[in-house]
Design a binder for this molecule. Structure first.
Ligand code: CAA
Length: 385
């Protein structure tokens, strides 16, 4: 039987996330965007309520929800402000390689510490010369006895300034390409980690993004996640999960923009009637709503596949680029419907349109995601049944 309804427990969960977003995120969304404020107090409250590490199993201190439930919560939180809510998303992404490839001991140690009291993480993959071509990385992990010494620079690192645990990718031998890349879990307190720059951005302004320099950072073998040379695969598998997450983020952004446009269309009177009575506006709203519904279906499919332990690289890439292009179109059209009132600073749709732009860029540009999807489709096109 195919059933779209939520269980009573899932409904309560969604209500809790919506309530949190309305009460804690909505009132400060515009202010935090304009000031670029780091939302630490909000993150701490989310952690306390079990809304931060929703997909981490209970045995490691998380809330133990399925991927499907985790992404539904993600949409609800991002509805009120993606840059505040994505500070939770990035901590999930940085835990994913440990969840997938870490030993039982590492999961208890690294993930357990993150969930016990409020802690956040970051995912250190991108470098100045290695963005889309992640395998080109120059950050090295030189072997020293049983351990490693890390040297290099990581750029555009979300939560780079504040993260308590860094999930870092470095190569032990550049000539090995992807097979030389290793994944490390690094506590912030490890000597040799320096924040060299904090970025100023067009949108997602409450999202901290920094450049980090690693100088002679000494690690022991227990910081290595998985085996030597397994790091690239762990990064890609984490990004499969992250890209479904971005599709849920985008659905939240687009749903909010649509709701704002609908409210305006019902209340703004021109030529003697609400502008929503004009066919030109009907057509825009119809296309916007179709994009929102389709984006939601795509992230739900990705979440369902992850819960069944089915690889979803193609579906995640398709969902990420479809939903982010959809969010860009829907927010742009929402500004068009609100016109002058939507274009001005302080209007939520103006902020959402700037926020949406990043979703076409991060966690793999949409061009890279189409490439990932294209390669996957050549092996086997994505079909639901
Ligand atoms: N799951 C499992 N294995 C995977 C995989 C996946 N999803 N994707 C690739 N692999 C495996 C491949 O099977 C291959 O294994 P074998 O060598 O054993 O066959 C190996 O990994 C190498 O894969 P590719 O040959 O496909 O590697 P590539 O060099 O051609 O690169 C790429 C592929 C898709 C372009 C990749 O570099 C990529 O995704 N680039 C974009 C990086 C990105 O998304 N960066 C965003 C950073 S995070 C962020 O933005 C947020 C933040 O705040 C930090």
């Amino acid at each position: 039987m195919i059933d779209f309804s939520l269980s009573e427990e899932q409904k309560r969960l969604l209500e809790k996330a919506r309530k949190f977003a309305t009460e804690e995120i909505k009132p400060v969304a515009i202010e935090f965007d304009s000031e670029g404020t780091y939302p630490e107090e909000i993150l701490k409250k989310a952690h306390k309520l079990g809304l931060m590490y929703t997909n981490i199993p209970k045995e490691y201190g998380g809330s133990g929800f399925s991927y499907l439930e985790h992404y539904i919560i993600t949409e609800a939180l991002n509805y009120e402000c993606p840059s505040i809510a994505q500070m939770m998303g990035i901590s999930h992404l940085s835990m994913a390689p440990i969840q997938i490839g870490g030993s039982e001991e590492q999961k208890k140690k690294f993930i357990g510490t993150m969930t016990k009291s409020y802690r956040s993480g970051c995912f250190c993959l991108t470098e100045p010369e290695a963005g889309s071509d992640a395998a080109l990385m120059q950050t090295v992990a030189e072997k020293k006895g049983d351990g490693y010494v890390i040297n290099g620079t990581k750029r555009f690192i979300t939560n780079g300034k504040y993260a308590d645990l860094l999930c870092l990718f470095a190569t032990i031998d550049r000539s090995l390409g992807t097979k030389g890349i290793c994944c490390f879990a690094i506590p912030r307190s490890t000597p040799g980690i320096e924040v060299v720059k904090v970025e100023d951005k067009m949108g997602h302004r409450a999202l901290n993004v920094a450049e980090l320099k690693f100088t002679d950072v000494e690690l022991s073998a227990e910081n290595l996640i998985g085996e030597e040379g397994q790091g690239f695969k762990l990064a890609m598998m984490a990004l499969d999960r992250g890209r479904v997450n971005i599709a849920a983020v985008c659905t939240g952004i687009a749903q909010k923009a649509l709701d704002e446009a609908v409210e305006w269309a019902n209340t703004r009177v021109q030529f003697g009637q609400p502008i929503g009575q004009f066919q030109g506006v009907h057509f825009m709203l119809a296309d916007m709503n179709a994009l929102v519904v389709a984006s939601r279906a795509m992230y739900l499919q990705g979440g369902w596949m992850l819960d069944q332990d089915i690889r979803c690289s193609t579906e995640a890439a398709l969902a990420k680029c479809f939903a982010s292009d959809a969010a860009m179109k829907v927010t742009t059209d929402a500004v068009q419907i609100l016109a002058g009132s939507g274009y001005m600073k302080g209007a939520i749709v103006e902020k959402l349109m700037r926020d949406a732009k990043l979703t076409q860029i991060y966690e793999g540009t949409n061009q890279i995601n189409r490439l990932v999807a294209g390669r996957g489709i050549l092996r086997k096109p994505s079909v639901l049944f």
